[in-house]
Design a binder for this molecule. Structure first.
Ligand SMILES: Nc1ncnc2c1ncn2[C@@H]1O[C@H](COP(=O)(O)OP(=O)(O)OP(=O)(O)O)[C@@H](O)[C@H]1O
Length: 360
């Protein structure tokens, strides 16, 4: 746990970068500090590893004031990923990653094994260890930056806009990989960005900073989008907060509605009864494994039970988000989306009311 208590940072020229910050960052969570330029995010981050010293207040890690230990000891437990990767340009990738383990006096074999392991962990090729930073793409350099910060397996990681310098497609890939990595490693991460969408994607919790280094709101992404505390936060969240919420919620978060299902070869009476129960004028046809074969209007089916079903493509997987469900819903001829499991078996129907209830 990292705890800011009434922390203020005033620079010698009088600039108040952080103003009376109270903030508790939970162990094992990824907390994002987000806000407009100059609002004190980086300064807050740099105070945790004492690259900047607080002018007033205290910062404690697991209940111990960070000033109680020598700085070198403090930093040993804190990985730091800088904007633009901050790699040493004249050292190879391997040597860059090995920086902290060597400082800690690990023997050569252990350092080499750790470098190999980390290069793979962050999704690079092993032979890249011999290259120099300028021989890598921006995205690859950022991966090396992450590997270097992870080298001594610190419990805490500070990340200052680590993915800001790469294009949106690479950024999204790095974010996905990083989320998968964090799911495995469970580090306590403090992540600075000015990009609210990145904050929403990555954060377990988000601290929104306002002008003058004051905390505007601290909440989970869903809480933030559902109940922004001030006009400033509303503005900062940007357009379509409800769509952003849908992209955070899994399909499983929405209640399903009654589904008019029939098996192939069902009688007209069975189809009518299924449709009546679900208050529809159509039915979905499933096979013996509950895989969707298509749909019929009940009236058409009653006239000819041998007719081929219409195709039904409005389908989402259980692991998809409600935003994907909404995308499928708007092009669904029946105004519903079917949830299916990994084997394509029917798992329930969602309608607009399902999404509405999930958001309210
Ligand atoms: N060494 C310094 N001396 C004086 N003022 C500083 C110093 N470092 C930062 N500041 C000021 O403190 C304020 C907060 O800066 P900080 O870098 O923490 O903001 P930020 O939210 O991280 O901004 P950005 O997103 O642009 O990086 C700014 O007004 C900045 O100009």
């Amino acid at each position: 746990m990292i705890e800011f208590s009434s922390v203020t940072k005033r620079f010698p020229d009088g600039t108040v970068a952080v103003d009376a910050l109270d903030l508790t960052l939970a162990t094992g969570e990824l907390t994002v500090l987000v806000g407009p330029s100059g609002c004190g995010k980086t300064t807050s981050l740099r105070m945790i590893n004492r690259l900047d010293e607080a002018s007033a207040g205290t910062i404690a890690i697991d209940g111990v004031d960070i000033r109680q230990h020598p700085v070198t000891e403090l930093r040993r437990g804190i990985g730091y990923v800088m904007q633009h990767s901050g790699l040493f340009p004249h050292r190879t990738i391997g040597d860059n990653i090995a920086t902290v383990p060597r400082l800690l006096g690990w023997d050569k074999k252990r350092v080499a094994a750790r470098v190999d392991e980390l290069i793979e962990t962050v999704g690079l090729e092993r032979d890249m260890a011999k290259r120099y930073p300028h021989q890598l793409s921006g995205g690859q350099q950022q991966r090396v930056g992450v590997a270097r910060a992870l080298a001594a397996d610190p419990p805490i990681m500070l990340m200052d806009e680590p993915f800001a310098a790469v294009d949106p497609i690479v950024r999204k890939r790095l974010q996905d990989e990083f989320l998968a990595l964090q799911a495995r490693l469970g580090k306590t991460i403090v992540f600075v960005t000015h990009d609210i969408d990145e904050a929403i994607r990555l954060g377990d919790r988000i601290a929104v900073f306002g002008e003058g280094g004051r905390l505007a709101q601290f909440a989970t992404p869903n809480e933030l989008l559902a109940a922004p505390k001030s006009d400033f936060v509303v503005d900062f969240l940007g357009a379509e907060p409800q769509l952003k919420r849908l992209s955070l919620l899994p399909v499983s978060a929405a209640a399903t509605i009654e589904a008019p299902l029939i098996a192939t070869g069902a009688t007209a009476a069975e189809a009518t009864s299924a449709a009546d129960t679900a208050a529809t004028d159509w039915v979905l046809v499933v096979d013996g494994e509950r895989r969707i074969l298509g749909w019929h209007r009940v009236a058409d089916y009653a006239a000819d039970t041998a007719r081929a079903p219409e195709s039904f493509d409005a389908v989402v997987g259980a692991g998809d988000t409600l935003r994907a469900a909404l995308g499928a819903l708007v092009i669904s001829p029946l105004g519903v989306v079917a949830r299916v499991d990994a084997d394509g078996r029917f798992g329930g129907l969602l309608a607009q009311s399902s999404l509405h209830r999930a958001l309210s």
